[in-house]
Structures are given as structure tokens and as C-alpha cells.
Design a protein around this ligand. Structure first.
Ligand code: NAD
Length: 476
């Protein structure tokens, strides 16, 4: 496919092959954009921002609703592209494709609700007779940089609110998964989006990112990805609005009154969906020692039943990670924990890009498997003496995206909600759950800002304060 910059589908001198993580076959090629393409994209987006500003909220809503309808019709084709380029099972890709039209419609309606408020200026000394209010306006040019793991959903979580709010966007999809984003771009244009309102530029984040992020014509950066890249972007951004949705290492607490079969079933989904390549994947399970042995056995049984295979084959639940290099990294992290004294109950072996889903018990706290983000199909488990220790262990991380607790005890659940430092807290489920309307974003090292259409529209707009002074500065 070609990239879409300055109103044209363009190629470049260099091309990148997009390969299926499962088969290694080339799915397609995309241009590797140059610094000159990045410059062209921002310049065109400046024009696009003017065109978007002239559209009414009604027009923007109509365009996005049409795009949602087109995507609904194209769901199966788009899901196949997601599965081919990212490697996730087709059933999961279909789930991703089917929920995205509603997300776009939701953003469209939020864009039609960009309220300001009246200001009670007469409550200020000397402000008698003046009229004040706020106006919410688009930022202008938004740079959206997306990760590989949800090539449609996480791109839509940026594009739809940005466009709904009246911005132009320069989208840089992940280098591994640009094809889905290019298909979404086609649908948005077919729905009537003004030519320069969207630039979808493909290529290396390391080459394009610094130029896009430091450009003073860009007012807002919306980034989802790793902490390391997030830090570089924050350094390059200068004076801009920033949303950073970064990495995580999500804990789940299991208290002895929980239904352990239910917890095991939820963990066997929450730790291994998309081969664990989800920012809200279950990574650490912190179990009251009274339930520890029974929980480990229930989880091992469930995880051993996960069906590994070709992502396009019916019934497959787990396939390759996004690359063989990632699979090697995950295998090495699991091995490192075992070398440090952890017990491998199942899985952990690697065959090219596939890592067999693993359960690792008694994981020492100083290991990378316990401390860092894994982004792979393994769950680390440790026993604790009760809720107090469980909360302390859950909080002992630089991350704070999601957390869960399983208990019927309201007092423990309330303590968990109050004391665990995470942006999304789930009582009687794992953190791997999201409704697209929710505010969604991390505390601590997991980032700044919230996604979810209502919150993203707010973050992709600016507030102007207006004061009418009346004739001769007075008024009545
Ligand atoms: P990544 O940080 O490697 O890449 C993300 C994007 O940044 C890609 O488009 C990449 O091309 C681009 N990029 C790379 N270098 C850049 C630079 N110097 N400047 C600007 N952009 C640059 O992340 P990934 O491997 O694609 O995704 C996995 C990470 O994303 C994990 O850490 C995961 O937790 C995180 N993630 C977070 C959330 C969330 O909502 N918090 C959701 C999904 C993924």
C-alpha cells in the first residue's frame, strides 16, 4: 500500500516489507517516509486544520458516522489485515474490528458536545456588568503515534476524537502494523473527510518521530507505546499538549474468599489475550497464601488448555508474538526468573515467534519478570500473608495503569480501590477489561492523560476565555 500525505497516495524511494509474524510471508509493502515527507505532512496538516475548523460539528459528525458505517461493512476484510500484520488470532481481530465503529460514533457525538461555560464575572470585585464565557476550540494539528498491538482500535482512539473535535491529524502507525491504519484512512476519505485533514505517514518511528514531535506547528501529541519512546517524545515536544499512554505491569490480588475457578478462568484470558501483548495484560498475580496452591493448580490447568496455532485457523487462541525478536526477549525473561529461583509450572518454551503460554510461581521480586513490563504470554505468581501485604506488593512498581482484586469482602475491595495507585481498578475481574467510553490512562510511569472519546476530545481541544466589557469598558 502507499502512504497518504498532502492529499495524495504516495510511494517513497525506500520500502518496508510487512511480514506475517506467524508465517514470515510478506503481506504487503509500505513506503519508508523521509524527513522531507514528515515536513510535507505537517505543512499539509496546517492547511487541513484550517479546513477542519471551517466544518460545523454537524458536518464532522456526519463524516465520522459515515466512516463508521463503511468500517462496519468492511469489518471482515479489516480484521484479516489486523491478523495478518499483527499476528493475533482472527477471532480477536474480528472483536477489535467490530467494536471500532461504535467507538467512532461515540467520538463523533462527543465532538458535537464541545461546551464552554458562562463565567460569573460579577462575583469578582470591579467586574460589574461584564459578560464572560469560555469557548472550546480545536488544537489545530495533532500528531498521533500508535503502537502495534491494536492496529485499528488504538489508532481509532486517537483519530476519531481528534477529527471529531475539528483537528487535522498526522498519524504515524506502528512500523509493524501500518496496513490497517491505511485501510482506515481510505474509509475516512471515502466518508468525505477533507483532503488534508489526515496524513498517514509510514516508516520508522526513530526517523520520523523526532521531526514530527518537535515541530512547532504541532500543538498536540497523542502517543501510545513504550515508556522509553514516551520519554523521548516528552523530551522533544517542547511547548505542546501531551497525552502519553505507556507501559504497565498490572497486578491482580486474589483473597482467600474468591471463587478460584473463576479467578483462574479470568486470568487465563487476561494474561494471554493477544499473546500477552496488551498494556492491561495480567502480569503479576498476588495470592493470599491460604489460596496459593489451589489457585496455581486451577490456573495451570486452564493455561494448558489454550489452543496454539495459525492465527487464521478457527479455534486458535494464541499465535506468534509480533516478531521473533520479541519472542526471544520474552523467553529470556522467563528463563531469567527461573534461574533466579522461580518455578515454571507450564509453558515458556519457544518455537520461532511462538512462546508457549507460561505460569511461573514463586517469582522473586527483583527479577525482570516481576519488575518490568513483559508484553508476552506469561503470568508471574507470588504468595502474600493478607490484604495489607498484597496492596503493598501491588504498588511496588513504577507503573500504574490497571489492577484487579478478587474478593467478596467489601472492606478489602474498598481498601484496594483507595490504596492501589492505578488508573483503572477492577473489583472481581482482572485489569484486562475496557469499555471504549471509559476514561482510560495510567498513573505513575504509565503515562499522562486519558483516552476514551469524551476525555480525548477534551484533551484535543483548547479553552479560550472571552470577556465582553461593554461600551466604554463598562456595561449593564
Ligand atoms: P513503541 O514505543 O516501540 O512504538 C510505539 C510507536 O512509537 C510506534 O509507532 C513507533 O514507530 C513509534 N516510535 C518509535 N520511536 C519513536 C521516536 N523516537 N519518536 C516518536 N515515535 C517513535 O511501542 P510498541 O512496541 O509499538 O507497543 C508496545 C508498548 O506500547 C508497550 O509498552 C505497551 O504497554 C504500550 N501500550 C500502552 C497502551 C496504553 O494504553 N497505556 C496501549 C497499548 C500499548
Amino acid at each position: 500500500m502507499r502512504m497518504y500525505v498532502a492529499g495524495e497516495w504516495r510511494s517513497a524511494d525506500r520500502e518496508d516489507e510487512i511480514r506475517s509474524p506467524w508465517s514470515g510471508e510478506v503481506v504487503d509493502t509500505v513506503p519508508r517516509a523521509s524527513a522531507a515527507d514528515a515536513e510535507r505532512a505537517v505543512a499539509a496538516a496546517v492547511q487541513g486544520a484550517l479546513a477542519m475548523r471551517r466544518l460545523t460539528a454537524y458536518d464532522r459528525q456526519q463524516i465520522l458516522n459515515r466512516a463508521a458505517d463503511l468500517l462496519e461493512d468492511a469489518c471482515e476484510d479489516v480484521a484479516r489485515t489486523i491478523s495478518l500484520e499483527e499476528g493475533k488470532p482472527l477471532s480477536e481481530a474480528l472483536g477489535e474490528a467490530r467494536r471500532t465503529p461504535d467507538l467512532i460514533r461515540l467520538a463523533a457525538s462527543e465532538g458535537a458536545r464541545m461546551h464552554g461555560e458562562t463565567l460569573p464575572l460579577d462575583a469578582a470585585a470591579g467586574a460589574e456588568g461584564k459578560l464572560g464565557f469560555t469557548l472550546r476550540v480545536p488544537c489545530g494539528v495533532v500528531v498521533a503515534i500508535a503502537p502495534f498491538n491494536y492496529p485499528l482500535l488504538l489508532v481509532a482512539h486517537k483519530l476519531a476524537p481528534a477529527l471529531a473535535a475539528g483537528n487535522a491529524v498526522v498519524l504515524k502507525p506502528a512500523s509493524q502494523t501500518p496496513l490497517t491504519a491505511l485501510k482506515l484512512t481510505e474509509l475516512l476519505l471515502a466518508a468525505g473527510l477533507p483532503t488534508n485533514a489526515l496524513q498517514t505517514i509510514t516508516g520508522s518511528g526513530g526517523e520520523l518521530g523526532p521531526a514530527l514531535c518537535s515541530d512547532e506547528r504541532v500543538r498536540k501529541i497523542s502517543f501510545t507505546g513504550s515508556v522509553d519512546v514516551g520519554r523521548m517524545i516528552a523530551g522533544a515536544a517542547g511547548v505542546k499538549k501531551l497525552s502519553l499512554e505507556l507501559g504497565a505491569n498490572c497486578p491482580v490480588i486474589v483473597l482467600p474468599d474468591a471463587d478460584l475457578d473463576e479467578v483462574a478462568a479470568a486470568t487465563a484470558a487476561g494474561g494471554y489475550v493477544n499473546a500477552g501483548q496488551v498494556c492491561i495484560s495480567v502480569q503479576r498475580v498476588i495470592v493470599d497464601e491460604r489460596a496459593y496452591g489451589d489457585f496455581l493448580e486451577a490456573l495451570r490447568t486452564r493455561v494448558e488448555a489454550i489452543a496454539i496455532g495459525d492465527p487464521l485457523a478457527e479455534g486458535t487462541q494464541l499465535a506468534a508474538l509480533v516478531s521473533e525478536g520479541e519472542a526471544e526477549r520474552v523467553e529470556g525473561t522467563i528463563r531469567g526468573a527461573v534461574d533466579a529461583g522461580a518455578r515454571l509450572l507450564t509453558g515458556g518454551s519457544r518455537d520461532r515467534g511462538v512462546v508457549a503460554p507460561a505460569v511461573v510461581a514463586d517469582v522473586p521480586e527483583e527479577t525482570a519478570l516481576w519488575r518490568d513490563e513483559l508484553f508476552g504470554p506469561a503470568v508471574a505468581v507470588r504468595p502474600v500473608s493478607g490484604v495489607e501485604e498484597a496492596i503493598a506488593v501491588a504498588n511496588d512498581t513504577r507503573y500504574g495503569l490497571g489492577a484487579g482484586i478478587f474478593t467478596r469482602d467489601v472492606t478489602s475491595a474498598m481498601r484496594f480501590v483507595r490504596e492501589v495507585d492505578a488508573g483503572n481498578l477492577h473489583v472481581n475481574w482482572t485489569p484486562l477489561w475496557r469499555a471504549d467510553l471509559m476514561p482510560y490512562g495510567g498513573l505513575k510511569g504509565s503515562g499522562i492523560g486519558k483516552e476514551g472519546p469524551r476525555y480525548a476530545v477534551e484533551e484535543m481541544t483548547e479553552l479560550k476565555t472571552v470577556v465582553f466589557h461593554g461600551v466604554n469598558g463598562g456595561g449593564s
